[in-house]
Design a protein around this ligand. Structure first.
Ligand SMILES: [Fe+2]
Ligand SMILES: [Fe+2]
Length: 294
């Protein structure tokens, strides 16, 4: 099976044209990052780049697309709608895509309460092992072919304050994952686990407490060895920590649409193991050679 893993695509609304009252205080604070920090400029082409990535997936013969969160900039309804449209037709069918939320998709209590993520991507939340879904449909499981499984977890929580963007999977999902991994229907399969927050940074060190994955060690302990891979985003750097005897592969997709560092992973499995991994850049509008490996 062939997978395209992208992340942190951050489809970004035109906030300059928005009424401040509609944005709410959390987004007022975020506006400094967006405008003064240059974020608006770096993600100005995000929607178009995401369309290119979705088109690339077809050209590359991908079987299943995985997006590990941060579809939006700040959880605006229009951002979700545009992200879903850009990912068409992949996200129309659970067999073709797994999409999980990132912290930017749970940016406000209102976005969570109104189920904004689910309104655009809820069609992908039907699990093949629904009896082990314990929190808002997570873990969501996709059994693919004879030898693969994709598991989506949710680590994104509404922050108390913008900038407090750490992630928590939580005991309920971790226990469910433990039961899943012992489930006979997963026996012998390669298991790709999508989670937004990163277990490690590119240098192998834990992320800082205000940004990292609180229960990273508990997650990794459940996934010993090269049969397993963790596919994450959140850190906007693309990297791969190869599996060891006791640890899974860890793939950070970076931000797949950030200007100057666009890219994604193409992963292949064979007979219940990861067999290859390539980091590629989105193709330009005219066909050209694929660039870059990592
Ligand atoms: Fe992000
Ligand atoms: Fe994030």
């Amino acid at each position: 099976m062939r997978y395209l893993h992208c992340s942190d695509v951050h489809v970004t609304d035109n906030y300059a044209g928005r009424q401040l009252l509609r944005l709410g205080w959390r987004r007022w604070i975020a506006m400094a990052e967006l405008q003064l920090g240059g974020r608006a400029r770096r993600f100005a082409q995000a929607e178009e780049t995401l369309r290119r990535i979705a088109r690339d997936a077809g050209g590359l013969g991908v079987d299943h697309v995985i997006v590990s969160g941060d579809l939006t900039a700040y959880s605006m309804p229009e951002e979700f709608t545009r992200a879903r449209a850009a990912l068409a037709p992949w996200v129309e069918s659970p067999a073709r895509a797994t999409v999980i939320p990132g912290n930017h998709d749970r940016y406000t209590p209102g976005a969570l309460a109104s189920r904004r993520f689910e309104r655009s991507f809820g069609q992908l939340m039907s699990s093949d092992i629904p009896e082990l879904a314990v929190e808002d449909g997570f873990p969501v499981v996709r059994l693919l072919g004879q030898y693969d499984a994709v598991v989506g977890l949710c680590s994104a929580r509404v922050p108390r304050f913008p900038g407090m963007s750490f992630g928590v999977i939580g005991q309920a999902q971790l226990q469910a994952l433990k039961h899943l991994l012992a489930h006979p229907r997963l026996a012998g399969r390669a298991v790709l686990v999508a989670v937004h927050h990163a277990p490690f940074k590119a240098n192998g060190q834990p992320d800082r407490p205000s940004h990292g994955l609180v229960d990273a060690e508990e997650l990794l302990a459940l996934l010993p060895g090269p049969r397993f891979a963790v596919l994450h985003g959140h850190i906007h750097h693309r990297f791969h920590h190869p599996a060891t005897a006791g640890r899974p592969h860890i793939f950070g997709a970076g931000s797949s649409t950030e200007a100057g560092d666009e890219g994604y992973w193409v992963l292949e499995t064979a007979a219940g193991q990861l067999s290859s991994a390539r980091a590629l850049r989105p193709q330009p509008l005219m066909p050209a050679a694929v660039a870059g490996t990592a």
